[in-house]
Design a binder for this molecule. Structure first.
Ligand code: EPU
Length: 352
């Protein structure tokens, strides 16, 4: 059996990035099993070329039209129940499994832990890299461990939760160990019975509006899917990467000064005494300068790119644009937020 996956050249990555930008990869390889990845790591092309490990492409912005190197697309599949105790179940998913399908699978089995992370576009292997989060929960809450391969040696390593050093949209894989490991599978620690987390944002309001009094696990999952569908663009229709910026965390003193001037500014107290402010609110409350004053960025559009009309944290590509159009728009938004609120918001999306 040949363990080498076929290497392709000059591959357009448009369908591999959710912004839908045309970017051509000099070399491209799709990995369907771990042996293929192990063989690739030992190859000259892997060692000598600039590399990009591509998962779902849901958090990536290609700034240029050409990627002068090797793109490794991880598409390994498989879900296994590793342990099934009275109330706890450990489930392993291979890195290339689709995240929303995996969450649906666990919910369908009656397992609690991932339901609030329903419908987040992407793949399992990328989820720990930025510790995906939504509706009051984060991946780290159910994460047990992951297996990864070191790119320099091809050696396997298991990372515990502590070793991943998770933070808000952060992990060791985005920081100290950036580019040094490829996550191959993730193990989750799920419960057969657990309280549902309904506190965040408009979950309760949605349930009430739909006459659901005591939601079960499946109903909560479906509610989250519906809320996301109503607020976030469908990437099959409009290119986007979900939230483009992180919500900034500021010192309490800075927040209190801002609150005096903007009493309606939403905010969340952080455990360390700091305050998180929704970037979507900041972006909505400033905008491009126009002759008739300053409009809001929310819903703003410049031919090919813009700010989503229902959620200002989401930058969108309507088609025909370039990654650099988004980069330019993002800079303008950062500058205007900083000019008005003295806060520099930073991107959540990875620039390539
Ligand atoms: N807001 C506005 N205007 C906007 C958007 C938001 O005023 O255009 C205000 C809302 O009124 C609300 C607050 O900002 O008071 C928070 O808004 P929302 O609940 O929509 O959440 P978010 O902070 O904007 C975060 C995550 C999302 C996640 C939602 C729900 C980040 C960077 N984003 O957004 O994650 O789905 O919470 O939990 O933390 C993603 O990472 O790609 C993503 C979509």
């Amino acid at each position: 059996m040949c363990i080498f996956a076929p290497m392709k050249t000059n591959v357009n990555l448009k369908s591999y990035n959710s912004f839908g930008f045309d970017a051509v990869a000099k070399f491209f390889i799709e990995i369907n099993d771990i042996q293929q990845l192990e063989a690739l790591i030992q190859s000259d092309i892997f060692r000598n070329e600039k590399r990009l490990i591509l998962s779902g492409g849901n958090n990536i912005l290609f700034q240029d039209d050409f990627f002068d190197g090797l793109v490794v697309f991880i598409n390994t599949k498989g879900i296994e129940i590793l342990q099934d105790d009275e109330n706890e179940v450990v489930v392993r998913a291979q890195a290339g499994e689709d995240w929303p399908d995996f969450v649906r699978f666990t919910v369908g089995k009656g397992l609690h832990g991932l339901e609030n992370l329903a419908h987040i576009p992407g793949k399992v292997g990328a989820a720990p890299v930025q510790n995906i989060g939504a509706y009051g929960m984060e991946l780290k809450d159910s994460f047990l461990r992951c297996e990864a391969i070191e790119t320099a040696t091809g050696r396997k390593r298991v990372f515990t939760k502590e070793e991943c050093r998770f933070g808000y949209r952060e992990s060791v894989f985005k920081n100290e160990l950036k580019g040094q490991y490829i996550i191959t599978s993730v193990d989750f620690h799920l419960q057969k019975d657990a309280p549902l987390h309904l506190e965040y944002g408009n979950i309760k309001a949605y349930l009430e509006q739909n006459g659901i009094e005591n939601p079960d696990l499946q109903q909560l999952h479906d509610t989250i899917c519906a809320i996301r569908d109503a607020k976030l663009p469908d990437v099959k229709q409009i290119g986007s990467c979900g939230s483009f910026f992180k919500n900034p965390v500021v010192e309490k003193g800075q927040f209190e000064a801002l609150q005096k001037e903007y009493p309606t500014m939403p905010h969340y107290d952080e455990p360390n005494g700091k305050v998180k402010i929704p970037a979507g609110w900041l972006i909505e409350h400033c905008g491009p300068s126009t002759s008739s004053g300053t409009a809001s960025w929310k819903g703003w559009r410049d031919e090919h790119v813009g700010v989503y009309e229902k959620q200002a944290l989401v930058l969108v590509h309507y088609g025909g644009g370039k990654g650099r159009d988004i980069v330019a728009l993002a800079r303008k938004i950062q500058d205007s937020v900083e000019a008005k609120f003295s806060i520099r918001i930073s991107p959540e999306v990875n620039f390539v």
